[in-house]
Every structure is written in structure tokens, then in C-alpha cells.
Design a protein around this ligand. Structure first.
Ligand code: NAP
Length: 241
């Protein structure tokens, strides 16, 4: 039983498909893209898997509590939580509005806190669980024009490590994935010039695919990864070493 936030598109979608193909029932969370979430559910079912869609804005503390309670009431447990929902609002620090800063931190960092906050109590009772948080290489290296995003993703790494320490005695692992540039809607807005400059920084010479991040998530969610916790796994073509 897996919950994947922001699974209507991009990396979250690929993670939902991948976990479902390994036999997990997947709750496909979305915020605005109901039709896209429905399409992910249908694709999972067409491949012989099972899924449900659930709308919840992860930046809302109370809605996250209801979301997780509803999932537990309906399906009984959550074995895997993937905190993937994320947004960007890029701009130079000196011109960045408080609202742009807050929106990114509230979704990427607080959203991750909210779901861990409510899911972990059930995982603690089960004495098992896998939590995987999507950070980013820019949470490690920083990036001009992304002060809000880099801060949120660095925060996700700190949160991951603190949660890993707190939850380890209860058999729960908590890890982060730090993708580099991955082909999704989030990076489709980049100009050709920025794209070329970005590719030049990637030793493996190209943007990655959502499925390559999904493979890392499936690995961290697997039974065999039970001795790995508090780690940040880079899936970035060697961009940040
Ligand atoms: P994307 O294509 O823009 O998709 C974002 C997903 O997050 C959508 O499913 C969206 O749902 C959901 N979402 C956004 N705000 C939400 C909210 N408040 N509550 C619930 N869901 C919300 O993004 P992506 O490229 O796949 O990125 C996925 C994750 O990987 C993000 O955390 C991102 O920061 C991280 N990442 C991406 C890259 C990259 O190069 N693409 C690199 C490093 C890290 P709706 O459409 O339903 O609103």
C-alpha cells in the first residue's frame, strides 16, 4: 500500500506506475490535475494493478490530516509514503515576493512534514514503513534564481535525516532522492539557452527521465533496502558529486 503525492504528472506519475507494477496498491494524490490523476489510475489498472485517486493540497496541514485518516480508514495501512509533490516559483532573491517564497516552502518542505507527521503514527504502530522524499541537487548545491526552491529542498534533506533518526527504532526508513534535470513539465519551461547550459554541467550529457527517478524510489521502497536510512540518493547524471 503506497501513497505518492503529486502523482498526476512527471516524476510522481512514474513512481506511481513503477510501485504499482511491483504489486503495490497506489493512492495517486493530486492537487489540480484530476483528469491526469484519473489517467494514471487507468494506466495502472490496464496493466493489472490497483489504484485510487485522492485530491489534497499537501501545503494544507489539516487537509493532509484528513487525507491520511481517510486512506487509513479505507485501506487499513500505508507501507510506503513518497513525498513527491513540488513546485517552483523562480526569481532573483532581491525581487522575490514573500508569497513566492512561502508557496514553494509550504508545498515542498511543509507538505513533506505534513504527510510524514500523519503517516508516521500508523507506521510506528505497524513497526515498519518506507518514507521517500523528493529533494533536488539544488538543495545540495544551491542555484541562482531558486532561493526559495533550494531552501525548501535543503530543508527536505534535514527533515529526512531527523525523521530517519527518530523513526529508525520503529523499523521505518526515511531517505531522500536528489534528482538533477529530469524531463517533466517542471523543466519544459526552460529556454533552449538555459537547457544547453544545464546539459553542459551534466557529465552523462543529457537530462534524465522520470522512470530513472522512479527506479531509485522503487529501490528505496523495496524490502531489500531495509538497511538504508537517512541517505540522499542522487539521480543526476553525475551533476553534483
Ligand atoms: P511536475 O511535472 O511539475 O509535477 C508536479 C506534481 O506535483 C504534479 O502532480 C502536481 O499536481 C503536484 N503538486 C504540486 N503542488 C501540489 C500540492 N500543493 N499538493 C499536491 N500536489 C501538488 O514536477 P516534477 O518535475 O515531476 O517534480 C516532482 C518532484 O521532483 C518535485 O518535488 C520536484 O521539486 C522534484 N524535482 C524535479 C526535478 C526535475 O528536473 N523535474 C529535479 C529535481 C527535483 P497537480 O498537477 O494535480 O497540481
Amino acid at each position: 500500500m503506497a501513497v505518492v503525492t503529486g502523482a498526476s504528472r512527471g516524476i510522481g506519475r512514474a513512481i506511481a506506475l513503477r510501485l504499482a507494477s511491483s504489486g503495490a496498491f497506489v493512492v495517486v494524490n493530486y492537487n489540480g490535475s484530476k483528469e491526469r490523476a484519473e489517467e494514471v489510475k487507468q494506466k495502472i489498472e490496464a496493466a493489472g494493478g490497483a489504484a485510487a485517486i485522492y485530491q489534497c493540497d499537501v501545503s494544507d496541514y489539516e487537509k493532509c490530516e484528513t487525507f491520511i485518516q481517510d486512506v487509513i480508514q479505507e485501506y487499513g495501512k500505508i507501507d510506503i509514503l513518497v513525498n513527491n509533490a513540488g513546485v517552483t516559483r523562480d526569481g532573483l532573491l532581491m525581487k522575490m515576493s514573500e508569497e513566492a517564497f512561502d508557496q514553494v516552502v509550504d508545498t515542498n518542505l511543509k507538505g513533506t512534514f505534513h504527510t510524514i507527521r500523519f503517516v508516521s503514527r500508523y507506521m510506528v504502530k505497524q513497526r515498519s514503513g518506507r518514507i521517500i522524499n523528493l529533494s533536488s541537487v539544488v538543495g545540495v548545491s544551491g542555484n541562482a534564481g531558486q532561493a526559495n526552491y533550494a531552501a525548501s529542498k535543503a530543508g527536505v534533506i534535514g527533515l529526512t535525516k531527523a525523521a530517519a533518526r527518530e523513526l529508525a527504532p520503529r523499523g521505518i526508513t526515511v531517505n531522500a532522492i536528489a534528482p538533477g534535470f529530469i524531463e517533466t513539465d517542471m523543466t519544459s519551461v526552460l529556454s533552449e539557452k538555459v537547457r544547453e547550459a544545464s546539459v553542459a554541467q551534466i557529465p552523462l550529457g543529457s537530462f534524465g527521465k522520470p522512470e530513472q527517478v522512479a527506479f531509485a524510489a522503487a529501490f528505496l521502497a523495496s524490502e531489500e533496502a531495509g538497511y538504508i536510512t537517512g541517505q540522499v540518493l542522487h539521480v543526476d547524471g553525475g551533476m553534483v558529486m
